[in-house]
Design a protein. Structure first.
Length: 127
């Protein structure tokens, strides 16, 4: 891990080629929070592909329009959701319709990281 942050709305871990977040119980994830993701992309992943991993262990709401903004980050190549909650499966399907890059749901962090490695490798092969 390169860095970690504890904000009022989430905990963030910055890794070599991915960001791992755990949102705070009961919050609503708003598009304005995307500014922090943009800053992290600029600071830690300048000209380098990375994946956003959301470990959804807490219950909270997501403003779906945030995915439109996230899609605009050029070096963000994928978004993984970790949850075994059936409601999250439906939520993820809605989010997929708004996120223009690859988005997948996983039951474990380990599975998401395996996928992250594949997505980043695929990105390098295409460029």
């Amino acid at each position: 891990m390169i860095a970690s942050f504890d904000f009022s709305f989430c905990k963030v871990e910055i890794h070599k080629d991915y960001i791992l977040t755990v949102m705070t119980e009961g919050i609503t994830v708003l598009p304005k929070y995307n500014n922090l993701l943009v800053m992290a992309a600029d600071q830690y992943y300048k000209n380098k592909p990375f994946v956003y991993i959301s470990n959804r262990v807490n219950s909270y709401s997501v403003d779906p329009s945030i995915h439109i903004e996230m899609s605009k980050i050029p070096n963000l190549v994928g978004f993984a959701v970790i949850s075994d909650n059936p409601i999250q499966k439906m939520q993820t399907e809605l989010e997929q319709s708004l996120f223009t890059k690859e988005l997948r749901l996983f039951n474990t962090i380990k599975a998401a990281i395996v996928w992250k490695n594949e997505i980043i490798k695929k990105h390098f092969l295409q460029h």
